[in-house]
Design a binder for this molecule. Sequence first.
Ligand code: SF4
Ligand code: SF4
Length: 245
Amino acid sequence: MHIPHYNIVFDPKDLTLEDTFTFKCYKGIVCFNRCCYDVKLILSPYDLLRIKRALNLSTEAFIEKYGELYIGEVTQLPVISINMNPYDYSCPFLDKEEGCKIYPDRPSPCRIYPLARYFAENEKGEKIELYKIIRETHCKGHYENYPIKVKDFLEEQGLIPYHYFNDLWGEVVIKRQKFSHTPLTGDLLETIYLLAYDLEGLRNYLENEKLFTLSQEDLALSEEELLEKALKVIRDEILREEYFL
Ligand code: SF4
Ligand code: SF4
């Protein structure tokens, strides 16, 4: 079954964390799984960490089996996405009876749907977090009588750690967008890939060598702690503004 994603509409209203919207998704709803076809699923470093851990796969094995690795057009940063099944465009993690086979570790785009998160400035010039509701014709969860605050929905969907790591990665992306006129060298690109997406490769490297401020001492860190440090190394040490000016 191929369900193209047309008729995407964003509600004009901006929602804050305290606002309430009406939505419920559950096994048994008439549209169950309809949103798991023909989706462009780009994985953030934290999305990938969670899925790889759940599947017990290395980055290389994951890409070979389920995904694609390419270079972002503007940022020239490495990008990893999930390939849909070629015969019916279904997500490779979809069990058509039971739903998502990696549900506890599903990536952030699947968790946040039907909301879209973005940042804006208020009248005082302060950065504020806002949400818009996405409405697609196939998604019937909007008609369920289940009012929920945005902040409770995020909690329910386990999005808090995802937002923390995705915001860190977002700062890397914004920096690269700013300096996209200066191409990354092959060496820097490989280093960014290692730090953002290949923690087991990074650990092997640190057994013998230092990498910026990361050293053997960091081998004791958990995967989350190491990823946090690694993303900060990309943001603060590799993408130094003076290097790209
Ligand atoms: S990862 Fe899971 S929730 Fe997301 S599209 Fe695939 S099957 Fe659906
Ligand atoms: S309610 Fe929406 S998000 Fe839930 S299964 Fe249906 S289409 Fe997917």
